[in-house]
Ligand binder design. Structure first.
Ligand code: SDX
Length: 431
C-alpha cells in the first residue's frame, strides 16, 4: 500500500530509519534501500542477487511459484500457441499487440534490414573454421558498431529504434552465417519473401545446389522456440546488457556482452549441456546413477535443464516445448526417438524424487529445446546461438527501457575483506 515502510534499527547506534515499501503491478513488493548508506552508513550485500531487484520494468513478469510468464501482460502459452515471433517482437518492443497494418509495416522494416554489410561477412574469415559459433557471435555482433556510425547516439530515440530494427533483422543472418562458416559452406543470403523464421531456417540449411523446403510443423516449432526465449526479466545476460549499456556504450557492444553471458552452461549454454548429458547417460537404465550423482553435494554434476533461480514450479516454457518436441518427432517419424524417451523418463524419475521435489527442481526451458533442435538438424554448438537470436529482442527492449528511463551507471559497492593498510617493503627486506 502507498506509505508502507520497513523500520530498520541499527543495534550498534540505536538509530532507526524507515525505508519505503513499493508494490508493483504483481509479484513481491520491494524495499527501496537507496537511503540506507546515507542515513546509516551501511551497504547491503546479496551475491547472486537472490533477494535483490536491480530495476523497475514493464516488459516481462514471472511468477516463479505459479510457473507463470507474461510478456507485456500476455501469458506465454497463449502467445506460443496463437502469435508468431515477429509479432511478439513488436509486442515486447512497443508494449502492445499490433493491428494488421502496424504488423505489416513492422515486418517490412525488419525485412528491409536482414542483409549485413559485405565487410562484416568478410570479418568471419578472421576466425578458425572450428571456432564455437558463440565465439563468432560475440565478435561479429560487437563489430556491428563499426558499421553504423549513423545511429550510435543512444539518447536519440530514432537511433535507438533503428538499432532495434537492425539487431532484430540481422541477428538471424549473422547466426546462420556463423554456422555456415563453421561447416565450410557458402553464406546464404536472406530471402525476404519468407517469414522471419523460415528465412532463418533457409539461411541455415540451404545449399546453392539444392532447393530448400521445410515442413510447416518444424518452422512452427522453431518460431515457438524463438517466442519462448525472447525475454525473461533480469536474467544474467539481460542484467549484463543493462550494466554494459548503463555506461552509455552503444547497443551493439552491450548486446555482444549479453551474448557472452548467455554462453555459460548455467544459463543459455544449458540446452547444449542437456544434449551432452543425455548422450552421456545413454540409456534409461543409467538414469538412477545420474540422479544419485545430481543429489550428491560432493559431485559437481547437475541435472542440466533442471532447476531455476525463479521458477519453483514447472517452467511454463518447458510445457510448451515438451508438446512441440512431441509434434516435431511425430512429423519426422521419430516418435520412438531414444533421446526423447530418455528425457521423458529422466523427467518422470526426477520429478518424483524427494530431493528434486523438496528443492523444487523442475525441467526448465532448456530441457526440451535441444531435443527439438537436434531433430530439426541443428547441431548442439548452435543451440545457444539460437537462444541469442531469440533473446536479442528482449535485450534491446530492456536496454532501450533503461536508456529512455535515464538510469545512472550501474556501479555496485562491496564488502572488503582483504589486507588492512600496510606500507611498501623493498625487495631486499622481504623474506
Ligand atoms: C536459463 O534466469 C533466467 O531466467 C535464465 C533463463 C532465461 O530464460 O534467461 O531461464 C534461462 O538459464 C535456464 C537455466 C538453465 N540452467 C540449467 O539448466 C543448469 C542446471 N541448473 C542449475 O545450474 C541451477 O538450477 C540454476 C543455475 C539454473 C539455478 O541456480 P540457483 O538459483 O543458484 O539455485 P541453486 O544452485 O542455489 O540450487 C538450489 C539447490 C542447491 O542445493 P543446496 O545447495 O541447497 O543443497 O538445488 C540444487 C543445488 O545444488 N540444484 C540442483 C540443480 N539445480 C539446483 N541439483 C541438481 N541438479 C540441478 N540441475
Amino acid at each position: 500500500m502507498a506509505g508502507d515502510s520497513l523500520l530498520v534499527k541499527d543495534s550498534r547506534t540505536g538509530k532507526e530509519i524507515t525505508l519505503p515499501i513499493i508494490q508493483g503491478t504483481d509479484g513481491p513488493p520491494v524495499v527501496d534501500i537507496a537511503q540506507i548508506s546515507k542515513q546509516l552508513g551501511l551497504f547491503t550485500i546479496d551475491p547472486g542477487f537472490r533477494s535483490t531487484a536491480s530495476c523497475q520494468s514493464k516488459i516481462t513478469f514471472i511468477d516463479g511459484d505459479k510457473g507463470v510468464l507474461l510478456y507485456r501482460g500476455y501469458p506465454i502459452d497463449q502467445l506460443a500457441e496463437k502469435s508468431n515471433f515477429l509479432e511478439v517482437c513488436y509486442l515486447l518492443a512497443r508494449g502492445e499487440l499490433p493491428n494488421r497494418e502496424q504488423f505489416l509495416e513492422y515486418e517490412r522494416i525488419v525485412t528491409d534490414h536482414t542483409m549485413v554489410h559485405e565487410q562484416l561477412l568478410n570479418s568471419f574469415k578472421g576466425y578458425r573454421r572450428d571456432a564455437h559459433p558463440m565465439a563468432i557471435m560475440v565478435g561479429v555482433v560487437g563489430a556491428l558498431s563499426a558499421f553504423y556510425h549513423d545511429s550510435l547516439d543512444i539518447h536519440n530515440p530514432r537511433h535507438r529504434e533503428i538499432s532495434e530494427f537492425r539487431l532484430i533483422a540481422k541477428i538471424p543472418t549473422i547466426a546462420a552465417a556463423s554456422y555456415k562458416y563453421s561447416i565450410g559452406q557458402p553464406f546464404i543470403y536472406p530471402k525476404n519473401e519468407l517469414s522471419y523464421t523460415e528465412n532463418f531456417l533457409r539461411m541455415l540449411f540451404k545449399v546453392p545446389t539444392e532447393k530448400f523446403e521445410m515442413s510447416p510443423v518444424l518452422i512452427k516449432a522453431m518460431d515457438q522456440i524463438f517466442i519462448l526465449h525472447a525475454d525473461h526479466e533480469q536474467n544474467a545476460s539481460t542484467s549484463t546488457v543493462r550494466l554494459a549499456g548503463s555506461s552509455q556504450a552503444n547497443p551493439f557492444a552491450a548486446i555482444s556482452a549479453g551474448i557472452g553471458a548467455l554462453w555459460g552452461p548455467a544459463h543459455g549454454g544449458a540446452n547444449e549441456a542437456v544434449l551432452k548429458m543425455l548422450n552421456e547417460i545413454g540409456d534409461v537404465s543409467h538414469v538412477p546413477e545420474y540422479i544419485k550423482r545430481a543429489k550428491d553435494p560432493n559431485d559437481p554434476f547437475r541435472l542440466m535443464g533442471f532447476g531455476h533461480r525463479v521458477y519453483k514450479n514447472y517452467d511454463p516454457r518447458a510445457t510448451v516445448l515438451k508438446q512441440a518436441c512431441h509434434d516435431v518427432l511425430n512429423e519426422l517419424g521419430q516418435q520412438n526417438s531414444p533421446l526423447f524417451k530418455l528425457a521423458l523418463e529422466l523427467e518422470r524419475i526426477a520429478t518424483e524424487d524427494e530431493y528434486f521435489v523438496e528443492k523444487k527442481l523442475y525441467p526448465n526451458v532448456d530441457f526440451y529445446s535441444g531435443i527439438i533442435q537436434s531433430a530439426i538438424g541443428i547441431p548442439e554448438n548452435m543451440f545457444t546461438v539460437i537462444f541469442s537470436v531469440a533473446r536479442t529482442v528482449g535485450w534491446i527492449t530492456q536496454w532501450s527501457e533503461m536508456i529512455s528511463g535515464g538510469e545512472a551507471i550501474g556501479r555496485p559497492r562491496q564488502l572488503y575483506t582483504g589486507a588492512p593498510r600496510r606500507d611498501y617493503v623493498s625487495i631486499e627486506n622481504r623474506s
